[in-house]
Design a protein around this ligand. Structure first.
Ligand code: HEM
Length: 221
């Protein structure tokens, strides 16, 4: 592990693994959120209660997830700084050439916006949840989740900030998805076409799904 973090290739490999882990998390997270579209009587409350009180999810998967998120952001900044230091003189003309797209050169910017979003998002939901369960020790209420989520999206400023973040998330994913596969060595043209197609669909549908959830709760207030 220490060896992997010493070389650029090793760091990119670990970065890609953490990215893939987060790609799976986003899919699960969106699936649960989409259940909220079925309304207060739908399956969202039961699913959220299960996720919130299952000991395996709470005490094994949640810490791993948080470590994965922190690792991904820290490693992203480390790679960016190392890249900049390796190229101390700026290119005279930053041409959009070769396979370097505007997005691939600006992963750090979209990443920083997502990091800001996560700060707000943790405050909105996670901190509230930890307070409810562990600090205030309030009674278990299996029916509260849908109402709590719905109330958050009454504020148009929050909805706008979330939607802008999801658009940036889409841009981040549009490069990050295929880049993570390349970094773990899936470079064969046979796989590349498939990975690119899958990445394009993933980076459109996942953020769009989150946007639908936020806008749905706003317009149904
Ligand atoms: C409309 C969109 C979204 C809604 C309504 C939403 C809602 C929620 C809710 C209700 C929780 C549970 C808090 C808890 O019980 O602990 C949560 C946790 C979380 N969300 Fe989201 N989320 C959205 C989008 C996102 C996106 C796009 C990301 C990542 C870029 C994200 C990352 C997280 C993380 C890392 C957690 C902490 C997971 C945990 O509790 O273990 N969320 N979100």
């Amino acid at each position: 592990m220490a060896g992997l973090t010493q070389s650029t290739i090793g760091r990119k490999f670990l970065m890609a693994l953490s990215a893939m882990f987060l790609l799976i998390f986003l899919l699960i997270h969106l699936s649960v959120n989409l259940l909220s579209l079925f309304g207060e009587e739908g399956p969202f409350n039961a699913a959220s209660h299960f996720m919130g009180y299952n000991p395996l999810i709470q005490f094994a998967m949640q810490p791993v997830l948080i470590a994965g998120v922190v690792f991904h952001f820290v490693m992203g900044f480390v790679l960016e700084i190392k890249n900049k230091n390796a190229r101390p003189v700026k290119y005279a003309v930053a041409k959009n050439s070769g396979n370097s797209t505007w997005m691939s050169r600006n992963m750090i910017i979209s990443g920083a916006v997502i990091l800001a979003f996560l700060g707000v998002h943790f405050y909105d939901f996670w901190v509230h949840e930890m307070n409810y369960k562990y600090l205030e020790g309030l009674a278990i209420d299996e029916g509260r989740y849908w109402e709590e989520l719905h109330a958050k999206f009454a504020d148009p400023i929050r909805v706008a900030f979330y939607v802008i973040s999801f658009v940036l998330l889409g841009l981040h994913l549009s490069h990050g998805f295929q880049s993570s596969f390349q970094s773990i060595g899936a470079r064969h043209p046979k796989y590349l076409k498939c990975v690119n197609t899958l990445g394009t669909w993933y980076s459109i549908l996942i953020p769009l799904g989150f946007i639908i959830v936020a806008v749905f709760h706003f317009v149904t207030q």
